[in-house]
Design a binder for this molecule. Structure first.
Ligand code: ADP
Ligand code: MG
Length: 365
Protein backbone atom coordinates (compact mmCIF):
# COMPACT_ATOMS: atom_id res chain seq x y z
CA UNK A 1 0.00 0.00 0.00
CA UNK A 2 1.03 3.60 -0.57
CA UNK A 3 2.37 5.52 2.35
CA UNK A 4 0.32 8.50 3.45
CA UNK A 5 1.92 11.74 2.35
CA UNK A 6 1.16 13.66 5.46
CA UNK A 7 3.67 14.21 8.16
CA UNK A 8 3.42 17.27 10.33
CA UNK A 9 7.11 17.97 10.34
CA UNK A 10 8.10 17.46 6.75
CA UNK A 11 6.29 20.17 4.84
CA UNK A 12 7.28 23.40 6.43
CA UNK A 13 10.72 24.59 7.31
CA UNK A 14 11.47 26.99 10.10
CA UNK A 15 10.76 30.53 9.01
CA UNK A 16 8.02 29.61 6.56
CA UNK A 17 4.83 31.57 6.98
CA UNK A 18 2.37 28.86 6.20
CA UNK A 19 2.06 25.14 6.60
CA UNK A 20 0.50 22.74 4.12
CA UNK A 21 -0.37 19.13 4.61
CA UNK A 22 -3.25 16.84 5.31
CA UNK A 23 -4.95 16.27 8.63
CA UNK A 24 -2.93 13.73 10.52
CA UNK A 25 -4.95 10.68 11.55
CA UNK A 26 -3.83 8.01 14.00
CA UNK A 27 -5.64 4.91 15.20
CA UNK A 28 -5.17 3.48 18.67
CA UNK A 29 -6.76 0.14 19.59
CA UNK A 30 -7.14 -0.48 23.30
CA UNK A 31 -6.00 -3.85 24.67
CA UNK A 32 -8.67 -6.54 24.76
CA UNK A 33 -10.03 -6.95 28.27
CA UNK A 34 -8.73 -10.46 28.75
CA UNK A 35 -5.13 -9.47 28.35
CA UNK A 36 -2.76 -6.59 28.78
CA UNK A 37 -0.75 -7.86 25.84
CA UNK A 38 -1.00 -7.54 22.11
CA UNK A 39 -4.03 -9.63 21.20
CA UNK A 40 -5.89 -8.08 18.30
CA UNK A 41 -8.88 -10.40 17.81
CA UNK A 42 -9.75 -10.74 14.13
CA UNK A 43 -7.75 -7.66 13.30
CA UNK A 44 -4.35 -7.52 11.78
CA UNK A 45 -2.17 -4.55 12.69
CA UNK A 46 0.96 -3.55 10.85
CA UNK A 47 2.84 -0.83 12.71
CA UNK A 48 5.38 -0.43 9.90
CA UNK A 49 2.91 0.18 7.08
CA UNK A 50 0.46 1.67 9.58
CA UNK A 51 -2.39 -0.49 8.37
CA UNK A 52 -5.20 -2.27 10.12
CA UNK A 53 -7.37 -4.87 8.43
CA UNK A 54 -9.61 -7.86 8.86
CA UNK A 55 -10.97 -10.35 6.35
CA UNK A 56 -14.09 -8.40 5.61
CA UNK A 57 -12.86 -4.82 5.54
CA UNK A 58 -9.51 -5.07 3.81
CA UNK A 59 -6.71 -2.61 4.57
CA UNK A 60 -7.17 0.74 6.21
CA UNK A 61 -4.08 2.90 6.28
CA UNK A 62 -3.38 5.95 8.43
CA UNK A 63 -0.47 8.10 9.56
CA UNK A 64 -0.13 5.87 12.59
CA UNK A 65 -1.72 2.62 13.66
CA UNK A 66 -0.55 1.75 17.15
CA UNK A 67 -0.25 -1.67 18.72
CA UNK A 68 -2.72 -2.27 21.57
CA UNK A 69 0.30 -2.40 23.89
CA UNK A 70 1.43 1.14 23.01
CA UNK A 71 1.61 3.48 25.97
CA UNK A 72 0.61 7.13 26.14
CA UNK A 73 4.20 8.33 25.67
CA UNK A 74 4.43 6.53 22.35
CA UNK A 75 1.09 7.94 21.26
CA UNK A 76 2.13 11.40 22.43
CA UNK A 77 5.34 11.32 20.40
CA UNK A 78 3.48 10.60 17.15
CA UNK A 79 0.16 12.36 17.65
CA UNK A 80 0.74 15.45 19.82
CA UNK A 81 4.43 16.31 19.90
CA UNK A 82 4.58 17.46 16.24
CA UNK A 83 1.63 19.74 16.95
CA UNK A 84 3.32 21.25 20.02
CA UNK A 85 6.44 21.88 17.94
CA UNK A 86 4.37 23.77 15.37
CA UNK A 87 2.56 25.62 18.13
CA UNK A 88 5.90 27.02 19.30
CA UNK A 89 6.47 28.31 15.76
CA UNK A 90 3.19 30.21 15.97
CA UNK A 91 0.70 27.79 14.43
CA UNK A 92 -2.58 26.92 16.09
CA UNK A 93 -2.95 23.23 16.83
CA UNK A 94 -5.93 20.97 17.49
CA UNK A 95 -5.88 17.38 18.67
CA UNK A 96 -9.05 15.45 19.18
CA UNK A 97 -9.86 11.99 20.44
CA UNK A 98 -12.72 10.34 18.57
CA UNK A 99 -14.20 6.90 19.18
CA UNK A 100 -16.94 4.91 20.85
CA UNK A 101 -17.44 4.94 24.60
CA UNK A 102 -14.93 2.68 26.33
CA UNK A 103 -12.41 2.75 23.46
CA UNK A 104 -9.79 4.75 25.37
CA UNK A 105 -10.31 8.47 24.63
CA UNK A 106 -10.06 9.57 28.24
CA UNK A 107 -7.37 7.01 29.01
CA UNK A 108 -5.35 8.65 26.23
CA UNK A 109 -6.12 12.28 27.05
CA UNK A 110 -6.00 12.19 30.85
CA UNK A 111 -4.00 9.05 31.53
CA UNK A 112 -4.50 6.82 34.53
CA UNK A 113 -2.92 6.29 37.94
CA UNK A 114 -0.13 4.42 36.16
CA UNK A 115 0.75 6.83 33.40
CA UNK A 116 0.37 10.43 32.32
CA UNK A 117 -2.08 11.28 29.58
CA UNK A 118 -1.55 13.39 26.47
CA UNK A 119 -2.64 16.51 28.38
CA UNK A 120 0.06 16.15 31.06
CA UNK A 121 2.70 15.15 28.52
CA UNK A 122 1.76 18.15 26.39
CA UNK A 123 1.88 20.53 29.38
CA UNK A 124 5.31 19.23 30.37
CA UNK A 125 6.81 19.68 26.95
CA UNK A 126 5.14 23.01 26.32
CA UNK A 127 6.62 24.61 29.44
CA UNK A 128 10.01 22.95 29.01
CA UNK A 129 10.33 24.41 25.50
CA UNK A 130 8.87 27.79 26.42
CA UNK A 131 11.43 28.14 29.22
CA UNK A 132 14.38 27.14 27.11
CA UNK A 133 13.54 28.82 23.79
CA UNK A 134 11.87 32.15 24.61
CA UNK A 135 12.62 35.39 26.46
CA UNK A 136 9.07 35.69 27.73
CA UNK A 137 5.86 33.72 27.47
CA UNK A 138 2.35 33.49 28.78
CA UNK A 139 -0.07 30.58 28.78
CA UNK A 140 -3.79 31.08 29.30
CA UNK A 141 -5.96 28.06 29.94
CA UNK A 142 -9.69 27.59 29.34
CA UNK A 143 -11.68 24.41 29.71
CA UNK A 144 -15.24 23.84 28.64
CA UNK A 145 -17.78 21.13 28.15
CA UNK A 146 -20.46 20.78 25.48
CA UNK A 147 -23.39 18.86 26.86
CA UNK A 148 -26.84 18.73 25.24
CA UNK A 149 -25.69 21.50 22.90
CA UNK A 150 -24.93 23.72 25.89
CA UNK A 151 -21.51 25.21 26.54
CA UNK A 152 -20.37 25.03 30.13
CA UNK A 153 -17.30 26.77 31.55
CA UNK A 154 -15.46 24.21 33.68
CA UNK A 155 -13.09 26.80 35.14
CA UNK A 156 -15.59 29.37 36.31
CA UNK A 157 -14.69 28.76 39.95
CA UNK A 158 -16.29 31.97 41.23
CA UNK A 159 -19.69 31.41 39.73
CA UNK A 160 -21.85 28.43 39.05
CA UNK A 161 -20.01 25.85 36.94
CA UNK A 162 -23.17 25.21 34.98
CA UNK A 163 -23.41 28.66 33.45
CA UNK A 164 -24.26 28.45 29.79
CA UNK A 165 -21.99 30.24 27.35
CA UNK A 166 -22.62 31.52 23.86
CA UNK A 167 -20.46 31.37 20.75
CA UNK A 168 -19.91 34.54 18.80
CA UNK A 169 -18.37 35.01 15.39
CA UNK A 170 -16.42 38.18 15.98
CA UNK A 171 -15.28 40.11 12.88
CA UNK A 172 -11.89 40.87 14.47
CA UNK A 173 -11.21 37.83 16.59
CA UNK A 174 -13.13 35.12 14.80
CA UNK A 175 -15.10 32.43 16.60
CA UNK A 176 -15.07 33.11 20.34
CA UNK A 177 -16.87 31.78 23.37
CA UNK A 178 -18.34 34.82 25.08
CA UNK A 179 -17.35 35.13 28.74
CA UNK A 180 -15.28 31.95 28.86
CA UNK A 181 -12.85 32.28 31.76
CA UNK A 182 -9.14 32.09 31.14
CA UNK A 183 -6.56 31.25 33.80
CA UNK A 184 -2.91 32.22 33.45
CA UNK A 185 -0.75 29.25 34.29
CA UNK A 186 2.97 29.63 34.94
CA UNK A 187 4.06 26.02 34.94
CA UNK A 188 3.19 22.51 33.86
CA UNK A 189 2.09 21.88 37.42
CA UNK A 190 -0.32 24.83 37.46
CA UNK A 191 -1.78 23.83 34.12
CA UNK A 192 -2.44 20.26 35.21
CA UNK A 193 -3.91 21.51 38.48
CA UNK A 194 -6.36 23.79 36.68
CA UNK A 195 -7.44 20.95 34.41
CA UNK A 196 -8.00 18.70 37.41
CA UNK A 197 -10.12 21.36 39.07
CA UNK A 198 -12.14 21.57 35.87
CA UNK A 199 -12.60 17.83 35.84
CA UNK A 200 -13.89 17.80 39.38
CA UNK A 201 -16.29 20.62 38.50
CA UNK A 202 -17.46 18.39 35.67
CA UNK A 203 -17.89 15.46 38.04
CA UNK A 204 -19.79 17.29 40.75
CA UNK A 205 -22.15 19.06 38.39
CA UNK A 206 -23.89 15.85 37.38
CA UNK A 207 -25.39 12.80 39.02
CA UNK A 208 -24.05 10.10 36.71
CA UNK A 209 -20.58 11.13 35.62
CA UNK A 210 -19.79 8.13 33.42
CA UNK A 211 -22.99 8.58 31.52
CA UNK A 212 -22.48 12.30 31.21
CA UNK A 213 -18.84 12.04 30.13
CA UNK A 214 -19.73 9.63 27.36
CA UNK A 215 -22.28 12.11 26.01
CA UNK A 216 -20.34 15.33 26.34
CA UNK A 217 -17.32 16.87 24.69
CA UNK A 218 -14.52 18.25 26.86
CA UNK A 219 -12.46 20.97 25.19
CA UNK A 220 -9.20 22.25 26.67
CA UNK A 221 -7.78 25.44 25.19
CA UNK A 222 -4.25 26.68 25.84
CA UNK A 223 -3.52 30.13 24.48
CA UNK A 224 0.21 30.67 24.21
CA UNK A 225 2.04 33.97 23.70
CA UNK A 226 5.77 33.85 23.09
CA UNK A 227 8.38 36.55 22.70
CA UNK A 228 11.88 36.20 21.39
CA UNK A 229 13.96 39.27 20.45
CA UNK A 230 11.63 41.49 18.43
CA UNK A 231 9.31 38.72 17.32
CA UNK A 232 6.04 37.86 18.99
CA UNK A 233 4.15 34.67 18.26
CA UNK A 234 0.88 33.42 19.52
CA UNK A 235 -1.04 30.23 19.06
CA UNK A 236 -3.87 28.27 20.52
CA UNK A 237 -3.57 24.61 21.32
CA UNK A 238 -6.86 22.79 21.59
CA UNK A 239 -7.22 19.29 23.04
CA UNK A 240 -10.68 17.69 22.81
CA UNK A 241 -12.02 14.54 24.38
CA UNK A 242 -15.14 13.99 22.29
CA UNK A 243 -18.37 12.26 23.24
CA UNK A 244 -18.76 8.56 22.43
CA UNK A 245 -19.31 8.10 18.70
CA UNK A 246 -21.70 5.14 19.07
CA UNK A 247 -25.32 5.53 18.19
CA UNK A 248 -27.68 5.89 21.13
CA UNK A 249 -28.94 2.43 21.98
CA UNK A 250 -32.42 2.86 23.38
CA UNK A 251 -35.40 4.90 22.22
CA UNK A 252 -35.53 6.93 25.42
CA UNK A 253 -31.85 7.70 25.16
CA UNK A 254 -32.26 8.84 21.61
CA UNK A 255 -35.15 11.06 22.56
CA UNK A 256 -33.44 12.54 25.56
CA UNK A 257 -29.79 13.33 25.10
CA UNK A 258 -28.77 11.15 22.20
CA UNK A 259 -30.46 13.53 19.85
CA UNK A 260 -28.18 16.34 20.94
CA UNK A 261 -25.01 14.27 21.04
CA UNK A 262 -25.76 12.90 17.66
CA UNK A 263 -26.35 16.43 16.52
CA UNK A 264 -22.80 17.50 17.36
CA UNK A 265 -21.06 14.34 16.23
CA UNK A 266 -23.26 13.97 13.20
CA UNK A 267 -22.42 17.54 12.24
CA UNK A 268 -18.72 16.81 12.76
CA UNK A 269 -19.00 13.77 10.58
CA UNK A 270 -20.81 15.70 7.83
CA UNK A 271 -18.28 18.52 7.98
CA UNK A 272 -15.38 16.04 7.74
CA UNK A 273 -17.08 14.29 4.83
CA UNK A 274 -17.61 17.51 2.88
CA UNK A 275 -14.10 18.77 3.55
CA UNK A 276 -12.65 15.43 2.52
CA UNK A 277 -14.43 15.73 -0.82
CA UNK A 278 -12.53 18.97 -1.34
CA UNK A 279 -15.54 21.18 -0.98
CA UNK A 280 -15.16 24.43 0.94
CA UNK A 281 -18.53 26.04 0.37
CA UNK A 282 -21.68 25.30 2.29
CA UNK A 283 -19.89 23.43 5.03
CA UNK A 284 -22.53 23.10 7.78
CA UNK A 285 -20.37 24.34 10.66
CA UNK A 286 -23.39 26.09 12.11
CA UNK A 287 -25.34 22.88 12.59
CA UNK A 288 -23.89 22.21 16.05
CA UNK A 289 -21.96 23.80 18.90
CA UNK A 290 -19.04 21.44 18.40
CA UNK A 291 -18.59 22.24 14.73
CA UNK A 292 -18.99 25.97 15.37
CA UNK A 293 -16.30 25.78 18.01
CA UNK A 294 -14.00 23.71 15.81
CA UNK A 295 -14.75 25.72 12.66
CA UNK A 296 -11.54 27.78 12.75
CA UNK A 297 -9.50 24.61 13.30
CA UNK A 298 -11.20 22.66 10.53
CA UNK A 299 -11.24 25.49 8.05
CA UNK A 300 -7.51 25.98 7.97
CA UNK A 301 -6.60 28.08 10.99
CA UNK A 302 -5.09 25.16 12.81
CA UNK A 303 -2.94 22.12 12.31
CA UNK A 304 -5.13 19.14 13.12
CA UNK A 305 -4.18 15.73 14.44
CA UNK A 306 -6.95 13.21 15.18
CA UNK A 307 -6.59 10.25 17.49
CA UNK A 308 -9.23 7.63 16.69
CA UNK A 309 -9.58 5.08 19.46
CA UNK A 310 -11.09 1.66 18.77
CA UNK A 311 -12.00 -1.47 20.67
CA UNK A 312 -11.07 -4.64 18.79
CA UNK A 313 -13.61 -6.97 20.39
CA UNK A 314 -15.99 -8.66 17.98
CA UNK A 315 -19.02 -7.18 19.73
CA UNK A 316 -18.05 -3.66 18.71
CA UNK A 317 -17.16 -4.38 15.10
CA UNK A 318 -19.81 -2.07 13.61
CA UNK A 319 -18.65 0.89 15.67
CA UNK A 320 -15.02 0.07 14.98
CA UNK A 321 -15.63 0.09 11.24
CA UNK A 322 -17.57 3.35 11.54
CA UNK A 323 -14.62 4.91 13.37
CA UNK A 324 -12.15 3.60 10.78
CA UNK A 325 -14.27 5.08 7.99
CA UNK A 326 -14.50 8.42 9.76
CA UNK A 327 -10.72 8.31 10.18
CA UNK A 328 -10.22 7.47 6.50
CA UNK A 329 -12.29 10.47 5.41
CA UNK A 330 -10.51 12.85 7.78
CA UNK A 331 -7.14 11.76 6.37
CA UNK A 332 -7.99 13.32 2.99
CA UNK A 333 -8.51 16.81 4.30
CA UNK A 334 -5.96 19.37 3.19
CA UNK A 335 -4.83 22.07 5.56
CA UNK A 336 -3.24 25.36 4.67
CA UNK A 337 -2.41 27.01 7.96
CA UNK A 338 -1.11 30.50 8.52
CA UNK A 339 1.57 31.19 11.05
CA UNK A 340 0.87 33.75 13.78
CA UNK A 341 4.03 35.76 14.04
CA UNK A 342 4.51 39.50 14.20
CA UNK A 343 7.62 41.59 14.29
CA UNK A 344 6.38 44.14 16.85
CA UNK A 345 3.10 45.87 17.42
CA UNK A 346 1.39 42.57 18.03
CA UNK A 347 0.79 43.89 21.53
CA UNK A 348 -1.94 46.13 20.21
CA UNK A 349 -3.95 43.14 19.17
CA UNK A 350 -3.79 41.71 22.66
CA UNK A 351 -4.75 44.96 24.27
CA UNK A 352 -7.75 45.03 21.97
CA UNK A 353 -8.52 41.45 22.84
CA UNK A 354 -8.31 42.14 26.58
CA UNK A 355 -10.65 45.12 26.20
CA UNK A 356 -13.06 43.05 24.18
CA UNK A 357 -12.99 40.34 26.86
CA UNK A 358 -13.82 42.87 29.54
CA UNK A 359 -16.56 44.41 27.49
CA UNK A 360 -18.14 41.01 26.92
CA UNK A 361 -17.92 40.14 30.60
CA UNK A 362 -19.71 43.36 31.49
CA UNK A 363 -22.28 42.69 28.82
CA UNK A 364 -23.05 39.35 30.46
CA UNK A 365 -23.28 40.80 33.96
P1 ADP B 1 -13.59 6.44 26.65
O1 ADP B 1 -13.11 7.72 27.29
O2 ADP B 1 -13.28 6.36 25.20
O3 ADP B 1 -15.04 6.18 26.93
P2 ADP B 1 -11.86 5.20 28.57
O4 ADP B 1 -10.62 5.94 28.28
O5 ADP B 1 -12.62 5.62 29.78
O6 ADP B 1 -12.82 5.21 27.31
O7 ADP B 1 -11.49 3.64 28.61
C1 ADP B 1 -12.39 2.65 29.07
C2 ADP B 1 -11.63 1.67 29.96
O8 ADP B 1 -10.61 1.01 29.24
C3 ADP B 1 -10.96 2.35 31.12
O9 ADP B 1 -11.06 1.52 32.25
C4 ADP B 1 -9.52 2.47 30.69
O10 ADP B 1 -8.64 2.49 31.78
C5 ADP B 1 -9.33 1.26 29.81
N1 ADP B 1 -8.38 1.53 28.72
C6 ADP B 1 -8.65 2.22 27.60
N2 ADP B 1 -7.59 2.27 26.79
C7 ADP B 1 -6.61 1.61 27.41
C8 ADP B 1 -5.25 1.30 27.09
N3 ADP B 1 -4.69 1.71 25.95
N4 ADP B 1 -4.54 0.59 27.98
C9 ADP B 1 -5.09 0.16 29.13
N5 ADP B 1 -6.36 0.42 29.49
C10 ADP B 1 -7.12 1.12 28.66
MG1 MG C 1 -14.23 9.18 28.32
Amino acid sequence: PMRPSSSLSSHSSYGAQSYQGTIKVSVRPRPLQTTAGNLTGNWNIDRVDNTISNHETGDFQYDNVFEPSANNSEVYADVVQPVVTKCLEGYNGTVFAYGMTGSGKTHSMQGSVDENGLIQLCAAELFRKLKSDFDAYKVGCSYLEIYNEKLIDLLNFDGSPVDELRIRDDPTFGVRVVGLSEHWVASEHELVEVVQKGDSARKTSCTDFNDRSSRSHAVLLMRVEMKQDSSTRHSTLCLCDLAGSEKASSQTERRKEGAYINKSLLALSTVIQKLSQGSFNHIPYRDSKLTRLLQPSLSGESIVSILCTIHLSSSTITETINTLRFAARAKNILMNVRRNEQQEPEKERYELLLKENQRQKQEIE
